[in-house]
Design a protein around this ligand. Structure first.
Ligand code: UDP
Length: 467
């Protein structure tokens, strides 16, 4: 379907939470919309605005009140979010007004962490669309808590927990904000606030796809009309329809991809373990040591993305110990790595973007989830999609090196690994289908664009209640 010609007067402003795992999918959505002839603008904080550079997507700064370093400057979730709500709403509003003179805004697609952005949209008489950067399963769980259909805390006798559309959840599979609600009150409040005014939003998007989460989606759609538009992974790795779209175009750290790819180039196919725990989590000293020693003892090649601040946790003399087998870098273009023929598996913290990326590129996993939604993501990777293994933690909550090596071997060698690879290839194919022309996510995006193209912006806004 060629939408390009008809959408020149549609302008979507997208507002991500200013972290890599949120900017990436919203920026990707902006690129998808731009490829369908929509004018797309990312509105982001002063300290992230220069990290974003994507052809055909505008980037404008707004303020969260901490213009030098955002959350790192605020040092407190509550303070940061409150400031973002007030200063962010004001500066977003000013941006919408500025555009009014040139290219009036049709819709604000806001990160679901910022429900206040819907009020800004309504004040300006434009559509408001909530964008969830996690799985449908996770949306389903938190939405049910918000509606009082699932009570916290979950007591031992309630286990396993049965949530419609989701396989029974035991303690290790539960998002940490549910498992230990009192330990993360601010995060839990933020997760629940996503649903506070959702019934007034015009659209609700989730970065996942129908074939991947068909059951969980039924569960969430009983409560709200979620539209699945994922996976939001650069087009070159999926359908290839967006020319030159090989990276997200947002990196809060400088990529080191040349160093990585030179080293990888010299290794046999599927022989290298790629290890990364994303942009935020920090593993305990003990866990880093177990992973480090496990990698060394496995005898496998590996490339490990480890932030500079984590390097002191490595065993003494480690770099020397692994010099023929492993390489440690502080940041890499993850997609380039996952695509590389030398990569045999991904040791991941199971962040949702990493999960979608590994599924989209057909790479098997060893799951080392640390907290939050990573725990249910790991359950799905291991038990629902069957693309990997989650090694067991001991009583201290640490995955010991022997157990870690055992899991690496299951995924990299032998009979089970063949089965896992077959499953990974199946999901890769389904991910591509979803975003290709006529695929389930592509159709949902087209419908959204068509809806906006026909929009009388000051008229009937509630697509949500009509769907
Ligand atoms: N990423 C990357 N290079 C790295 C590690 C991560 O480009 O060395 C990207 C990765 O491709 C993903 C994002 O950073 O898009 C991390 O998001 P995820 O949801 O997996 O984890 P988070 O960082 O939010 O915990």
């Amino acid at each position: 379907m060629v939408l390009q010609k008809h959408n020149n007067n549609v302008h979507v402003v997208l507002l991500p939470y200013p972290a890599q795992g949120h900017i990436n999918p919203l920026l990707q959505f902006a690129k998808r919309l731009a490829s369908k002839g929509v004018k797309a603008t990312i509105a982001t904080t002063h300290y992230t605005v220069h990290t974003i550079n994507a052809p055909n997507v505008g980037v404008e700064a707004i303020s969260d009140g901490f213009d030098n370093a955002g959350f790192a400057q605020a040092k407190n979730v509550q303070l940061f979010l409150t400031s973002f709500r007030t200063v962010g709403a004001q500066t977003l509003s000013q941006l919408i007004e500025r555009f009014q003179q040139t290219t009036p805004v049709t819709c604000i697609v806001y990160d679901s962490f910022f429900p206040w952005a819907l009020d800004v949209a309504k004040r300006h008489g434009v559509y408001g669309a909530a964008f969830f950067t996690n799985s449908a399963a996770v949306c389903n769980i938190f939405c049910r808590i918000h509606h009082g259909l699932l009570e916290l805390p979950v007591e031992k006798e309630d286990l396993p927990l049965y949530v419609p559309g989701i396989p029974p959840l035991d303690l290790p599979d539960m998002p940490s904000f549910i498992r230990f609600p009192e330990s993360y009150p601010d995060y839990l409040a933020m997760k629940l606030s996503q649903f506070s005014n959702l019934n007034q939003a015009d659209f609700m998007f989730v970065n996942t796809f129908q074939a991947l989460e068909s059951e969980a989606v039924k569960g969430i759609q009983e409560l709200c009309p979620a539209k699945l538009i994922g996976p939001m992974v650069p087009s070159a790795y999926l359908d290839g329809r967006i020319k030159g779209d090989k990276g997200y175009g947002a990196s809060l750290w400088k990529p080191l991809s040349e160093e990585c790819s030179d080293w990888l180039q010299s290794k046999p196919p599927k022989s290298v373990v790629y290890v990364s725990f994303g942009s935020m989590v920090s593993l305990s000293d003990e866990q880093i040591e177990e992973v480090a020693l496990g990698l060394e003892q496995s005898g496998m090649y590996f490339i490990w993305v480890l932030r500079e601040s984590e390097h002191t946790k490595l065993p003494k003399g480690y770099q020397e110990m692994i010099k023929d087998k492993g390489i440690i870098v502080t940041w890499c273009n993850q997609l380039e790595l996952l695509e590389h023929q030398a990569i045999g598996c991904f040791v991941t913290h199971c962040g949702w973007n990493s999960t979608l990326e590994t599924l989209s590129l057909g790479v098997p996993v060893v799951c080392l989830p640390q907290w939050a939604d990573q725990l249910p993501d790991a359950k799905y990777l291991e038990q629902v999609w069957e693309v990997g293994v989650r090694p067991k933690e001991d009583d201290c909550g640490v995955v010991r090196k022997e157990e870690f090596v055992r899991s690496l071997k299951v995924v990299m060698e032998g009979k089970r690994s063949e089965e896992i690879r077959r499953n990974a290839s199946k999901w890769m194919k389904l991910a591509r289908e979803a975003v290709s022309e006529g695929g389930s996510s592509d159709k949902n995006i087209n419908e959204f664009v068509e809806h906006l193209s026909g929009a009388n912006v000051t008229g009937n806004l509630n697509a949500y209640s009509n769907s």
